[in-house]
Ligand binder design. Structure first.
Ligand code: S3P
Length: 174
């Protein structure tokens, strides 16, 4: 696959799981944005938010995306807030297809509830909060997406097959 794949969607939608599958079984290179930012900063996402603030973190995300223009055959697992900035969406469009992994608030809650790595959900770990933030963000996810794939189920391989098939079809049409 010469094009890159950018996986977007809410926290817990399954971006990291799908990205690892695309690396392990479809030979793509993987960039996990959160991990790369943590490695570069030498501190966790929670620490970055607490010590330097969200705006600082968002600037790091944009800088990382802008540095990916030369990549190919790479799947990028984006942080859930990435598509909120128009410049991020523009940077992704330059080098690949944007795939929105769409999941319900209930699915998301089940997947995130036992983790304490996401500062935006600390103190807000309930379906109601997730539903309201998801509703707020959904228009941005939808308008950024070239392709939308339902990610409520647990068949990761099927999600990957659907993504690759739709990317190939879009490449033929585009
Ligand atoms: C965020 C999502 C997180 C991480 C940060 C902020 C968000 O990534 O980037 O906690 O704004 O939705 P995941 O979507 O990989 O959990």
């Amino acid at each position: 696959m010469s094009q890159n794949i950018f996986l977007i969607g809410f926290m817990g939608a399954g971006k990291s799981t799908v990205a690892r599958e695309l690396r392990d079984h479809y030979g793509m290179r993987l960039i996990e944005m959160d991990e790369q930012i943590e490695a570069q900063e030498g501190r966790s996402i929670s620490q970055i938010f607490a010590e330097s603030g969200e705006a600082y973190f968002r600037a790091l995300e944009t800088r990382l995306l802008l540095s990916l223009e030369q990549e190919s055959n790479t799947v990028v697992s984006c942080g859930g807030g990435v598509p909120m900035r128009g410049e991020n969406v523009a940077a992704m469009r330059l080098s690949g297809k944007i795939i929105y992994l769409c999941a319900s608030a209930e699915t998301i809650y089940e997947r995130v509830k036992d983790f304490h790595t996401r500062p935006l959900l600390e103190g807000n770990m309930n379906v109601e909060y997730i539903r309201s933030l998801l509703a707020q963000r959904t228009p941005k996810y939808q308008s950024a997406a070239d392709i939308t794939v339902a990610a409520d189920g647990n068949d990761v391989r099927a999600v990957c097959e659907e993504i690759l098939q739709k990317v190939r079809t879009a490449a033929k049409i585009g």
